[in-house]
Ligand binder design. Sequence first.
Ligand SMILES: [Zn+2]
Length: 465
Amino acid sequence: MTKSRFDHPFRTFTSSGLGETAKTQLWKAGAPRTIDARFPRTLLPILLLLALLAAPVQADQVTSYSQMVARLNRDAVQSPLIRIAALGKSSSGDRTVWMVRLADPSNTSTPRRAFILCRQHGDEPVSTEAALALLDDIASGKRPDIAGELKHAAVYIVPMVNPDGADAQTRNSGDGADLNRDWGMFHEPETRAVYAAFQAIRPQVVLDMHSWDEGDPFRGYCLEAPRAGNPGDALIAQAARDLQQRGAEMLKEKTGQEIAITNYGLDSDPTLCHRFFLEKAGVVSLLFETQPDDAGQSLARRVAVAQSAINWLIADVASDPVWGQIATRTEKHLAAAQTAGGIAPAHLAFIDAAREAETMPRSPLGTAARIVRNAARRIPSPVWWALGVYVLLCAARPIFTPRSGLAESYVEISARRSRKRRRAVSQRIRSGNTASYKSPAASPLTAKSGMIGSEDNADAPVRSA
Ligand SMILES: [Zn+2]
């Protein structure tokens, strides 16, 4: 039995009047192949799937909730400086509000503690990306400076206060609530969980990180503190303005970015996070805003500036002598504010991430998707564009090819062959001739269809079973 084209690893798109078998023979004889003829058609769906998986990764680099959890676990496994704790469930009940503790394990009782809140608004991904990038760097040992600073300070970061909104790409939470209008009221599980953690941590400073929305009148970066005369401890408020000044100067120096100094007055909504923490909880508290999405800066640039803001705060809290004095003062306020909102401090159970990561359920499909996605991520987007165009061209080719030149599917071909075999056998039985049979090539049906080279089938004698 000669090797038919069905045994050939590559299927072909026929674009000329040349029969399939003749064309295959030309290949074997070393005739030049066109690019479409060489394209292994069976790989088409796989390449298409790869391109689809890679497309969202290339379209935006925003980390989803589940990707964040995976990264936090990985970072905590890699670095003893990083520990994670679950603060509570989001309003949908589907996701957890996670907190990261950055601390030197030999020095967890430091009085200097900073609390950084990211992404209360789900559609403002800059702060989450900045925090995760920094944690990745610390985990892979790229930040010995921060490792040194953590000998003098502990930093607590909530990288995604609003995981439901983050996954839905909405400002509000799963409850439809604006979490940054809920401080002091604590109607929402996310703000309650974060405030309970705050009470357990007792930090001296809170940094609440946002990005302006497209509709906001303010378009640049800013650090915001209270105006003089706002409620709260005047000394703490002054410390906030001093910190704001140091931050703007340091960020300008490190990133070249102009950071506006803004101050809120008595007309500002007191349920905003940074205002609540300063006026009601008695700690130094600042709001950080980056440019909105449509203001001309790439996400990467805004993430870099936001990451510098986190770097700066850690360095400031670890090194500036003022924090020692503030620590004494805030302790008094924190004790008084302990019952604010009627929320008891959380018991913070920092997870042994190594064990947790191992026990996290992983479906084989999820693992496969992750492997493919990670591989796809390493391929630059122009390659994906080129591949996508190529796949589209190949897929569109049969549309522009004359009907007679279309290759049949395997199912059609094998069904046709079975029919021919059955017919040949019954013909032999009818004629009583078991030695030979009439070639299916000459059968009227095959001759009439003329869709595929019938030579293939002609040279495949049917053997009695
Ligand atoms: Zn916001």
